[in-house]
Design a protein around this ligand. Structure first.
Ligand code: SAH
Length: 256
């Protein structure tokens, strides 16, 4: 199983698999991951309802069968690591539910060698999934303690092609721009202009956009998951995919 995944996903995974084996995290709980992915496939078939994401990209599903999600959540949440639900990761933040990770990654259509920017590192789990599909992943997290923890987890597990920075991702990460793909895992009220500017022609940006969850009743999905595609001439078109509920994209307070 793991061997097949290594062949399918290429050399990037080798370091990750080796490191995961060393500390016993990778091969563990493989059957739970397989069940999680079966569950994701069932759900995407039903919510996709004839649309492109009814059948999720096999490379994305392979990556999710490989990344040890339990290694990205606090010990207290470990028993639930493979349940299809968001989980607390500390500092008031959550790791997205696996179905949402799968759907967003599918929509992104990451190609081998791509340079990918993620806004909202959180636990580092989504970054790890992306790192198996992309050439290089850059991820920005506004809370320094989460950025440090995610960077530590990713490096311990051998995800060597991910760089994490603490900062306000509203401004993207100009130093490494432009990006082939950009994914945002916290919800702003509008698409941050810097992210569009840092996206290459023919690039794709997947982002939840809408009101803050504080503004709506529990259970209401106040944002739309948007796919923004930049054409060769730089013009962008956007499509609404499904209603979603993400924590807000917060902003750095001006320094006093
Ligand atoms: N992708 C993450 C889950 C993200 S939860 C994972 O796989 O675990 C959303 C994250 O976005 C939180 O960690 C939150 O602190 C972060 N965030 C919110 N506003 C941000 C901003 N302006 N820039 C960067 N990160 C931000």
């Amino acid at each position: 199983m793991l061997r097949a995944a290594i062949v399918a996903l290429g050399a990037g995974i080798l370091a990750a698999a080796a490191a995961a084996g060393e500390n016993g995290r990778g091969p563990e709980r493989g059957s739970e991951r397989r069940r999680m992915v079966e569950d994701i496939e069932r759900q995407s078939l039903s919510i996709g309802n004839g649309r492109d994401f009814a059948q999720l990209d096999a490379r994305v599903l392979d990556a999710m069968r490989t990344v040890p999600r339990h290694a990205f959540v606090p010990a207290s949440a470990s028993p639930l690591a493979y349940a299809d639900r968001p989980l607390d990761i500390g500092s008031g933040q959550t790791i997205s539910q696996p179905l949402v990770v799968a759907l967003m990654t599918h929509l992104l259509q990451v190609r081998p060698g791509d340079r990918v920017l993620e806004i909202g590192t959180g636990s580092g789990y989504q970054a790890a999934v992306l790192s198996l599909l992309a050439g290089q992943v850059y991820s920005v997290e506004i809370l320094p303690e989460l950025a440090a923890k995610a960077a530590e987890t990713l490096s311990r597990l051998g995800y060597a092609n991910v760089k994490v920075r603490a900062g306000d991702g509203y401004h993207g990460w100009a130093e490494h721009a432009p990006y082939d793909r950009i994914i945002v895992t916290a919800a702003p009220e509008h698409v941050p202009p810097a992210l569009l500017a840092q996206l290459k022609p023919h690039g794709r940006l997947v982002i939840p956009v809408g009101a803050s969850i504080d503004a709506v009743a529990p259970g209401v999905e106040p944002q739309d998951l948007m796919l923004i595609e930049k054409a060769g001439d730089g013009t962008a078109t956007s499509s609404r995919i499904i209603p979603v509920r993400f924590l807000p994209l917060t902003r750095d307070r001006p320094r006093q």
